[in-house]
Design a protein around this ligand. Structure first.
Ligand SMILES: Cc1ncc(COP(=O)(O)O)c(C=O)c1O
Length: 407
């Protein structure tokens, strides 16, 4: 019998253009080697190694015991929207009322819901490189076209006004701006955002998605700056997105949120009403406790990350051929591999790409990091230092040994 069912791939043509998350692929490869008994140091994770604070866990347990276990309002309970509004007012001087707030199952879902709600075929989404891996693929999933705006190690991986202007067009639907950035750790100063705002005023049709996920992981006493506060005239077309995943070590709870124009917020709720419905009721109550409770542990944890950053930057710059700029925030470094490309491993293999480097490093020294190509800017790699000082010290020593072995 002819097999009609298998005549066509099960995956849609749109999804076939989407890459699976490359960071997950490295994690997979590292676990395979670990299963063979190798002692892999994995520096590919995108989450803090700290636990969720006990006061937040207690709020979730109380929510379960108090029967807060049913469907909630699709885009967030009133109490959480209130806590988010208070957070935006307190920390960012941004006035977002409940009708301007969306809560989704994770920051990732906030971004997807926003794009799904607003992008039509042919719309362009401007994404600075290096980018967080999910932006371009989400743009493709909703039928949009990613357009890349390059930064470089020389500009500290920050977008210049000229590079932004070159990427924007009459077709631009969104610009995505992420600071502190994944994978670079680069954070914009208020003046730098003001200079980008000048360019954005020439493109009044474009929306701006500001990803502030790493807001609280900012070093050296810097003040955090966000576009809607720096350029209040752009506020009506900005979606300021944030979440509890990184600041409160709550990656598994899946709560992200955003403040933005009410019309967009309503459209995002419509997407949720036909797909996920509300984020977990229990996680929402935990997020209320996170945003309204004690905040001191955030600075303590940030200080730990800053010390690890210093250790890793020094350790990597001591490796032959690696040039590691000092990031201002997040928990990643993004060293350039320009000085390594073209060298050979002791067994004669030429390092032609950053992927070659990362594979050879994993083989030779059991260190897992993610190649820069995955983030759209090569040759480089991303190392996450959300792990212990001991492991980071050992990892740097192994990377130095590996680089010294290259000819
Ligand atoms: C820049 C950036 N934005 C958003 C997210 C999404 O966070 P969540 O875990 O809340 O979906 C991440 C997570 O890695 C991220 O790095």
């Amino acid at each position: 019998m002819p097999d009609q069912f298998h005549a066509r791939p099960l995956q849609s043509a749109t999804l076939a253009r989407v890459k699976p998350s490359p960071t997950l692929a490295i994690t997979q490869k590292a676990s395979e080697l670990a299963a063979q008994g190798r002692k892999i140091i994995s520096l590919s994770a995108g989450e803090p190694d700290f636990d969720t604070p006990d006061s937040i866990k207690a709020a979730a347990i109380a929510a379960i015991q108090g029967g807060k276990t049913k469907y909630t309002a699709v885009d967030g309970i009133a109490e959480l929207k209130q806590a988010i509004a208070a957070k935006f007012a307190r920390e960012n001087a941004l006035p977002y009322g409940p009708a301007q707030i969306n809560v989704s199952p994770g920051g990732k879902a906030v971004i997807y819901n926003a794009l799904m709600a607003s992008v039509d075929p042919g719309d362009e989404i401007v994404i600075p490189t290096p980018y967080w891996v999910s932006y371009p693929d989400m743009a493709i999933m909703v039928g949009g076209t990613p357009v890349f705006a390059a930064t470089s190690v020389e500009t500290g991986y920050k977008l210049t006004p000229a590079a932004l202007d070159a990427a924007m067009s009459s077709k631009t639907r969104w610009l995505i701006l992420n600071s502190p950035g994944n994978p670079s750790g680069a954070a914009y100063e208020a003046e730098e955002l003001a200079a980008l705002a000048d360019v954005l005023r020439s493109y009044p049709h474009a929306l701006i998605l500001v990803d502030d996920m790493y807001e609280h992981l900012l070093f050296d006493g810097r003040a955090f700056a966000t576009l809607a506060a720096v350029a209040p005239d752009l506020y009506p077309r900005i979606l300021t997105m944030n979440g509890v995943s990184k600041s409160y070590s709550m990656t598994g709870w899946r709560i992200g949120y955003a403040g933005g124009p009410p019309e967009l917020i309503r459209a995002m709720a419509k997407v949720m009403s036909q797909t996920t419905s509300n984020p977990s009721s229990i996680s929402q109550w935990a997020a209320v406790a996170a945003l309204s409770g004690p905040q001191d542990f955030i600075a303590e944890r940030c200080a730990v990350f800053q010390r690890r950053r210093d250790l890793v930057v020094a350790g990597l710059n001591a490796a032959a051929g690696i040039d590691c700029p000092v990031p201002q925030g997040a928990f990643y470094v993004y060293p350039s591999l320009a000085g390594v490309i073209g060298k050979r491993t002791p067994d004669g293999r030429e390092i032609q790409t950053d992927q070659d480097f990362c594979e050879a490093l994993l083989e030779a020294e059991d260190i897992a990091v993610v190649h820069g190509e995955a983030f759209g800017l090569s040759p480089a790699f991303r190392l996450s230092y959300a792990t212990s000082t001991e492991l980071l010290t050992e990892a740097c020593a192994r990377i130095q040994r590996f680089c010294a072995s290259l000819r």
